[in-house]
Design a protein around this ligand. Sequence first.
Ligand code: ZN
Length: 124
Amino acid sequence: MHEFSIAQQITQVVFRTARENEAKLIERVVVVIGELTLLNEEQVRFWVEEVFSHKDISRGATLEIINRPALVRCSKCGFQGAPSCPGPEAHFLLPTLVCPHCGQPGMDIKEGRECLIQRITFQK
Ligand SMILES: [Zn+2]
């Protein structure tokens, strides 16, 4: 149920921002989900749309989810790019992410762990 709590956080921020901006309608929400969060995009979408469907202000809102690929950096050789072993099992491999260039284990994760709202469009 990780996706459900993420969806709750997303919708809370959206509703709070809508209130602060005195919005009448929420038109579009863009969320960025990093590859390494291992969140199921369809489940996040399902729960966000479920919450949105219960409120007049958000009923017609469009949800756009952008998937951000992982970006890691090697502290030994400076390689920067995709990790050598991304994929659905990555959370088991995360502690031992290995540099595809020099084989150094334990890379710095620069991108791919984020889950954030990039943009909210309102109608006032
Ligand atoms: Zn390296």
